[in-house]
Structures are given as structure tokens and as C-alpha cells.
Ligand binder design. Structure first.
Ligand code: CMP
Length: 239
């Protein structure tokens, strides 16, 4: 259940320090930060709880203070496609905040998560006063666009085995998992979860994993996958 937390003076100081460390707020001056904190709401959501529904109205900006969420789309058949996962310091909700249209995707907590919620007017007003903030937002949006292009490229040009290997290698690199011997290490996920990330059915992931295990490209261990470091070039996913 969503719960609003009462923000006390000490918490405000901690939130201010936290915001100063994240790129979207690095150009806020002290006065703007104080204004933001005056309007800032903090909420908690439980694992698996929806924060934002695709097509809902809403213009608040959310900042992940603690925890993790996924951004996903739901097909007409109810299948889920995961666009990205966001962690501490990331933000979401900027699309409706800027164009005033309905939410473009669902955002769902992947663990118990604490979020900062900022009303649209506050953010827009500060952004208009300070062009550097608009530029930081633009930079973040361009990074997302690049990632989306990368995902479109995978969907358009890679087969299921290649997509799975690419996803596991990207995941291993994102979490800075160390290379063990000549292997990347990616944390274990369910077949359904991987299917939702690469846009195929759970059965297709099971089949691909069997083929990749047979070739020793991917080895399933307790709690993690080992992916042969040769796989990146072999599967043309070395980016
Ligand atoms: P908004 O449309 O307001 O609500 C859903 C949010 O999900 C959206 O703003 C973005 O913050 C986020 N989102 C939507 N699409 C993507 C994407 N392709 N990559 C990363 N985040 C996204």
C-alpha cells in the first residue's frame, strides 16, 4: 500500500544531500533546492505495487530515493514488456510532466521502494529560471533515447539466442559484476522476467537457454549465470 511519510527537518537535510548528488538536481542552487524541498512529498511503495499506470493522468515527477522500479508496457494480450529498470537516484514521470499527456508506461516497484514526489509546476518554474536544469533533463532524455534505439535494434535484428546473450551481458556490465575467469556473471532471473525484457515468450527463453547451455555459452549456477566472454563477439553483441 502507498504510504506518505512525514518529512522532518533531519530527513530534509538528508534528502537535500541526496538530491545534490544526482545529475538532474546538480544545477539547482540552494534557493531552488529549498523551494523544491518545501513541495517535496515522500512516499513508500511495497514490492510489486504500481506507482504509475500507463494511460493514467498525472504530471508529478518521481525520484527513486531507495529501492528499484521497472518501467513496462502491457500488450493487449496482457504480456509485459520491460523497457528499463530504475534504481536509486533515477527519476521518472518527466514525459507527462513536460507534454501534459497521459502516462506513457507503467512503473512498478521491484522491491520495497521510497520515492520523492515533486509537483510539475515547481519543477517547470525552476527549469524556466535556469537553463542548465533543462539541459540536464535533455541529456537524461537523450540517454534514454539511445538505450531505446539499442533495444529497437535488438528487436529488429537479433534472434532470440542473441537477444538473450546481449541482455545477460548488458545486465552483468550494468551491475558491474566482475568477470570470473573468462566469463561474465549476471544475476539469475526467472525465465518469465528475461522474456519480458527481450520481448519473447517464456517458452522461447527456456528453449534458448537450453541451446546456449548445450554450447556452454551460458552456464546456470546457483543464483547466477556465467556467460562466456567470447559470446559477445560470437553473437555480435559487443557494444
Ligand atoms: P511518464 O510518461 O510521465 O510516466 C511513465 C514514465 O516511464 C515516463 O514518464 C518515463 O519517466 C518512463 N519511461 C517511459 N518510457 C521509457 C523508456 N523507454 N526508457 C526509460 N524510461 C521510460
Amino acid at each position: 500500500m502507498k504510504k506518505e511519510i512525514c518529512v522532518r527537518g533531519d530527513d530534509k537535510e538528508l534528502i537535500e544531500k541526496f538530491l545534490k548528488r544526482i545529475s538532474l538536481f546538480r544545477n539547482f542552487n540552494t534557493r531552488s533546492l529549498q523551494c523544491v524541498l518545501g513541495e517535496f512529498k515522500v512516499i513508500t511503495v511495497e514490492n510489486n505495487e504500481d506507482v504509475v499506470f500507463q494511460d493514467d493522468e498525472g504530471t508529478d515527477l518521481y525520484i527513486v530515493l531507495k529501492g528499484k522500479v521497472k518501467v513496462s508496457l502491457t500488450g493487449l494480450d496482457g504480456n509485459e514488456f520491460i523497457l528499463t529498470e530504475l534504481k536509486e537516484g533515477d527519476f521518472f514521470g518527466e514525459m507527462s510532466l513536460i507534454d501534459g499527456k497521459s502516462r506513457s508506461a507503467n512503473v512498478i516497484a521491484l522491491e520495497d521502494t521510497t520515492l520523492g514526489v515533486l509537483p510539475r509546476d515547481m519543477f517547470i518554474c525552476t527549469m524556466k529560471e535556469n537553463n542548465a536544469i533543462a539541459f540536464d533533463l535533455l541529456e537524461a532524455l537523450i540517454q534514454r533515447l539511445r538505450k531505446s534505439n539499442d533495444m529497437i535494434e535488438s528487436l529488429a535484428f537479433l534472434d532470440v539466442n542473441e537477444r538473450l546473450v546481449k541482455f545477460l551481458i548488458d545486465d552483468a556490465r550494468k551491475h558491474r559484476e566482475t568477470v570470473k575467469g573468462s566469463h561474465y556473471i549476471a544475476r539469475k532471473r526467472t525465465h518469465q522476467e528475461m522474456a519480458s525484457h527481450i520481448g519473447v515468450s517464456r517458452e522461447a527463453v527456456t528453449k534458448a537457454l537450453k541451446a546456449l547451455s548445450f554450447r556452454k555459452t551460458v552456464i546456470e549456477e546457483d543464483g547466477y549465470f556465467l556467460i562466456s566472454s567470447d559470446a559477445a563477439s560470437e553473437f555480435s553483441v559487443d557494444k
